[in-house]
Design a protein around this ligand. Structure first.
Ligand SMILES: Cc1cc2nc3c(=O)[nH]c(=O)nc-3n(C[C@H](O)[C@H](O)[C@H](O)COP(=O)(O)OP(=O)(O)OC[C@H]3O[C@@H](n4cnc5c(N)ncnc54)[C@H](O)[C@@H]3O)c2cc1C
Length: 372
């Protein structure tokens, strides 16, 4: 590795942007390729909670604590659990917890604002990464190639870079989330259901979730078991058809809960995928992965973004350690050791919540967290 290698980061999600920020702080000048045309190109998704040892630690290393505090919502860490009849079984306001929530858009905005001009190239969907015999890689966007010494795949679930390192493909988890949005002012009933953070209503193999976001916005999710082909079919249906199918699947649930399906703005149908829990690869000089590209898991563990940010810290340390590619190989091994229990937890969380005994499983999980 040269002292100032030319580095391409493929993907401007939280992991890729955090890595770019940390490398810039150490005098390197990475280039981030992002397929979105601009920051507001597509809905970025809902609220995320940043954990002390991973997400918050990364924010501190990036020197962005003040910016984070300005948008974080420590007041939104509460949990509520209802059964399908609308009976409240658990209610905790989360005051004093240390997992502040932040809107994904706000987190991305902080990271974008911390980069030097020209670091990020919008509307740059990478079509291919091609190894060069003499060393290094060509990154191809719209038929134009540019040569880099090091390429980092921070390109999420359907990473193109990953294919150069492993044959692993994300597998469907059997569960699909349909995402809704609500303005709290216009939906006082939904506002009342949520409490001070997030609510789960759990019934036989189905869940309804609603979570506070910033700016008095609420995100809702209807989660259910669907075969993969059917779930992908739902992605091309109109809103009315999807709502009708959901109403059918949630028949018999309390009207106060079904109201979430009827009244929200429908945002997206999201089949959930995960990489195999033991995913790993033979280290290859000049090419590596971070975040979802390396260890995609279902959101039922609440760890994905935290791991992506922690990976960025460790990879920035490895790339600037002066110890050559061996340091990056060590990063890869440590990253996969850290991701494994989180991936197991996410798979167990999903299997427990979306099951015949889901309500007991989630209640048990909440009680254990209080006792811990
Ligand atoms: C519904 C849902 C809820 C979630 N909730 C939580 C939560 O509460 N807590 C938590 O920790 N995690 C949560 N997650 C997971 C979390 O969103 C991810 O783990 C996290 O975003 C991973 O960050 P990343 O940077 O690795 O990848 P991503 O955020 O996926 O970013 C990848 C970026 O790469 C870009 N890209 C992809 N392909 C290309 C290409 N070929 N060329 C150029 N750019 C490309 C994409 O446009 C994107 O901007 C949730 C996920 C979902 C789906």
């Amino acid at each position: 590795m040269t002292t100032r290698p030319k580095i391409a980061i493929i993907g401007g999600g939280p992991g890729g942007l955090m890595l770019a920020r940390l490398l810039l702080l150490r005098g390197l000048e990475p280039t981030v390729f992002e397929r979105d045309r601009h920051a507001g190109d597509r809905p970025q998704g809902g609220s995320l909670d940043l954990h002390a040892e991973t997400g918050q630690q990364a924010i501190a290393r990036a020197g962005l604590e003040a910016e984070f505090r300005a948008v974080a919502r420590p007041e939104d860490q509460g949990d509520r659990l209802y059964d399908q009849n609308g009976t409240l079984l658990f209610d905790r306001d989360g005051a004093g917890d240390n997992r502040p929530e932040v809107d994904r858009t706000a987190l991305r905005q902080i990271l974008l604002g911390s980069l030097a001009p020209m670091t990020l190239r919008w509307a740059s969907k990478v079509d291919a990464v091609t190894p060069i015999e003499a060393g290094g890689f060509d990154v191809v966007v719209d038929g134009i190639s540019e040569r880099f010494d090091i390429v980092i795949g921070a390109d999420g679930a359907w990473s193109r870079v990953r294919a150069l390192l492993s044959d692993a493909r994300p597998l469907y988890e059997g569960v699909t989330l349909v995402e809704f949005g609500f303005a709290a002012e216009r939906h006082p009933d939904v506002d009342g259901l949520v409490g001070s953070g997030k609510m789960f209503a759990v019934g036989d193999n189905r869940v309804l979730i609603a979570q506070r976001n910033g700016h008095r916005h609420i995100r809702g999710y209807a989660g259910l078991r669907l075969p993969e082909a059917e779930a992908r079919g739902w992605m091309s249906l109109g809103d009315d058809r999807i709502r009708a199918m959901l109403r059918d699947r949630f028949a018999g649930w309390a009207p106060s809960l079904v109201h979430l399906i009827d009244s929200g703005e429908l945002i997206a149908v999201r089949p959930l995928y995960a990489l195999p829990i033991d995913h790993s690869w033979q280290s290859r000089v000049g090419l590596t992965l971070l975040g979802d590209a390396a260890h995609l898991m279902s959101p039922f563990g609440g760890e994905g973004v935290n791991l992506a940010l922690a990976d960025a810290v460790d990879l920035a340390d490895a790339l600037t350690s002066g110890d050559g590619w061996g340091a990056v190989a060590a990063y890869e091994a440590a990253m996969m050791r850290r991701a494994r229990p989180a991936a197991e937890g996410a798979a167990e969380g999903l299997a427990g919540a979306i099951s015949a005994a889901g309500v007991a499983a989630v209640l048990d999980q909440y009680r254990q967290r209080v006792e811990a």
